[in-house]
Design a protein around this ligand. Structure first.
Ligand SMILES: [Fe+2]
Length: 289
């Protein structure tokens, strides 16, 4: 088992921060949260185009919604509404729609449905959405059926180690969506088999876990959108983000230049264990220029 995949529960999570006392006092016996609902819009402009005068393309990225006892559907609805206020051209969801098992699927689908009604909307899955990792590390779903049905009901297209060509405004984009690496569903070879570096198209990758960048290094892409880290979820002065479930601690949040391309890691909407400190939840608006 990788260090970053240890079985976690709320007490272990707080203990491993070394702030069990702070965490317990902060979250209280009833799961009160700090800043976990102080939603913000995170904005970045990303220079990708080499065509003079090309119109900007607005991508809304939502990730790690984590519908659960600590993240309500009302809060997720606020995130959807905030994202749609920016009038995106394209919407990308990068996994972890739930935390464990869930039972409010009908209402959840109603809340997500306005996304696809507003713009073409594509999704990939995360480690919490069911399958091997959930079986081994959580009391979660054995497979991803429930989340797949949720996306289907919401008219959201799942990219499951597959590519969709999306032509919007002046842009010709390959959207490449990968399966989750912790769930052992990650297949770059299958995903990229028909993606050419010389097609004249820009390739945007949706991959839940930013650690997957290294396995994708030899494939042609311009921008990768990730979640998974929740921005660290807890950021402490001098310490940084002690709980970041990634090997490469440089890639926990924000926009980064890497290997002559771009990687964006959103802090995400939801949380685990009802706690965020100095790490507000966000919906992300990425403007390609
Ligand atoms: Fe997550």
């Amino acid at each position: 088992m990788s260090v970053t995949q240890k079985k976690f529960n709320r007490r272990k999570f707080l203990s491993s921060l070394g702030i069990l006392g702070i965490g317990t006092a902060a979250t209280g016996a009833y799961g009160k949260v700090i800043g976990a609902e102080a939603l913000e819009l995170g904005e970045h402009r990303i220079l990708i185009s080499n065509v003079p005068g090309q119109k900007p393309l607005k991508i809304l990225q939502l990730s790690d919604l984590h519908a659960s006892e600590t993240v309500s559907l009302d809060f997720i609805q606020r995130a959807v509404n905030l994202g749609l206020e920016s009038r995106p051209d394209l919407i990308c969801l990068t996994g972890d729609y739930i935390t464990r098992k869930y039972d409010q699927w009908e209402r959840y689908a109603d809340i997500l449905a306005p996304l696809a009604a507003a713009a073409p909307t594509y999704a990939t899955l995360g480690n919490h959405d069911g399958g091997r990792w959930c079986r081994q590390h959580l009391d979660g779903y054995n497979d991803t059926e429930e989340v797949r049905k949720l996306l289907e009901k919401s008219q959201i297209k799942l990219l499951d180690n597959s590519v969709e060509q999306v032509d919007l405004r002046d842009w010709k984009i390959n959207l490449a969506g990968l399966g989750d690496v912790w769930a052992k569903e990650f297949s770059p070879e299958k995903t990229f088999k028909n993606v050419s570096a010389t097609s004249g198209r820009h390739t945007v990758v949706l991959s839940h876990n930013p650690d997957t960048k290294d396995a994708l290094k030899n494939h042609p892409w311009d921008l990768m959108l990730c979640g998974h880290t929740h921005g660290g979820q807890v950021r402490l002065p001098l310490v940084g983000a002690p709980i970041s479930p990634v090997r490469d601690k440089r890639f926990v949040q924000g926009l980064h230049r890497w290997d002559n391309r771009w990687i964006h890691i959103t802090k995400g909407v939801g949380n685990l264990y009802g706690l965020r400190i100095n790490c507000r939840p966000e919906v992300s608006l990425l403007t390609l220029v």
